[in-house]
Design a protein around this ligand. Structure first.
Ligand code: A3P
Length: 338
């Protein structure tokens, strides 16, 4: 008698709203698609794969967005570009920069940040505007145009490097960035995907195979540029902003070309901006508790704890030693420390 082997049921498909999970290369669009098979490929944290391009790791969709952006984005001298490594406080920086630049347009009691997530107010270039082969018409953006990106300095569109547009870079201690990334990834992986253990994620992060990694090379590119051209690239640290928010909000406003007047100082505008953009205010807004991005991520996944030093609750002494070793090796002599 013949027996039929029972087959395990196929894993459930990812929820249709999570576009970034469906990175079947055949379905992606973009001029750079032909490059994908020739690029080094690593294991992805949420999507199946990451691809190495110009020394850094991307999901296929983000990489095609990056190549599209490199080819088509024309920076203007008045543009302001916010840059971060993922999970370094991008959402916070977007909120603060938007509030600074637009403070004459909106009152703090009826502010767009109260009803709109910062990622919608300051769009990502390669993840939003130039993704899926779009070439957006940016003429509708009022000056100064405020954009964001996770692209490494080396891979910024040439027009950004050659224009006078201002670049703000916010970095965060790699240990906290890593823990934040691990939590974020764990939340976004679906029930059909095995969880990534902290140990496995740690090894990938340390090897540099993480989104826009290697982390250290990414920050060093902007750090060096901020040292050479401080009028063009301004470097901020999450930890310093948490410690002295008013000092750094003023520094950011000055760099962006929107310094606070004595009257504004008198009226407490800096403190208003700090309060509006604080973790407590933003994370408790209805929009950020219940809304989600077009690509499916719930806004609330961008707000976890928002503290400095949460890594102590997760990393073993050996992991900390390894982080310190890599930091010394990669950043030693640069003047950048954590
Ligand atoms: P944690 O996971 O450590 O809490 P990004 O915006 O780059 O994705 O980074 C997310 C990290 O920034 C998360 O860190 C999140 O909690 C924190 N964050 C979000 N909004 C913040 C805010 N207004 N102030 C300080 N930290 C904030």
């Amino acid at each position: 008698m013949q027996t039929t082997a029972t087959q395990a049921p196929p894993p459930p498909p990812p929820p249709p709203h999570l576009k970034y999970l469906q990175e079947e290369v055949e379905e992606l669009k973009g001029e750079g698609k032909h490059l994908l098979p020739s690029l080094p490929r690593g294991v992805g944290w949420i999507c199946n794969h990451l691809y190495q391009y110009q020394g850094f790791w991307y999901t296929a969709r983000k990489l095609l967005g990056a190549i599209n952006c490199q080819g088509h984005f024309k920076a203007q001298d008045t543009d302001l570009l916010l840059v971060t490594n993922p999970k370094s406080g991008t959402t916070w920086l977007k909120a603060i920069a938007f509030a600074i630049v637009n403070r004459k347009r909106y009152s703090f009691s009826h502010h767009p940040l109260l009803t709109t997530n910062p990622h919608e107010l300051v769009p990502f270039l390669e993840i939003k505007l130039y993704v899926d082969d779009h070439v957006p018409d940016l003429a509708t953006f009022t000056s100064p145009r405020l954009f964001s990106t996770h692209l490494p300095y080396l891979s910024l569109p040439d027009s950004v490097k050659h224009s006078k547009c201002k670049v703000v870079f916010l970095c965060r201690d790699p240990k906290d960035t890593f823990i934040s990334l691990w939590h974020f990834t764990s939340k976004l992986r679906t029930s059909g995907q095995e969880p990534i253990s902290l140990e496995e994620a740690f090894h990938r992060f340390c090897r540099g195979v993480s989104l826009y990694g290697p982390f250290w090379d990414h920050v060093l590119g902007y750090w060096n540029e901020s040292q050479e051209r401080p009028d063009r690239v301004c470097f901020f640290k999450y930890e310093e902003m948490k410690e002295q928010p008013a000092v750094h909000i003023r520094r950011l406003a000055k760099f962006l070309g929107y310094p606070f007047s004595p009257e504004e100082e008198e009226e407490g505008t800096v403190e208003e901006i700090f309060r509006l953009c604080s973790f407590d205010t933003l994370s408790n807004l209805d929009v950020n508790k219940n809304g989600k991005m077009e690509s499916g991520e719930e806004y609330r996944t961008f707000f976890r704890r928002g503290v400095v030093g949460d890594w102590v609750n997760y990393l073993t002494p050996e992991m900390v030693d390894e982080f310190n070793r890599i930091t010394d090796q990669k950043l030693g002599g640069s003047g950048l420390t954590f």
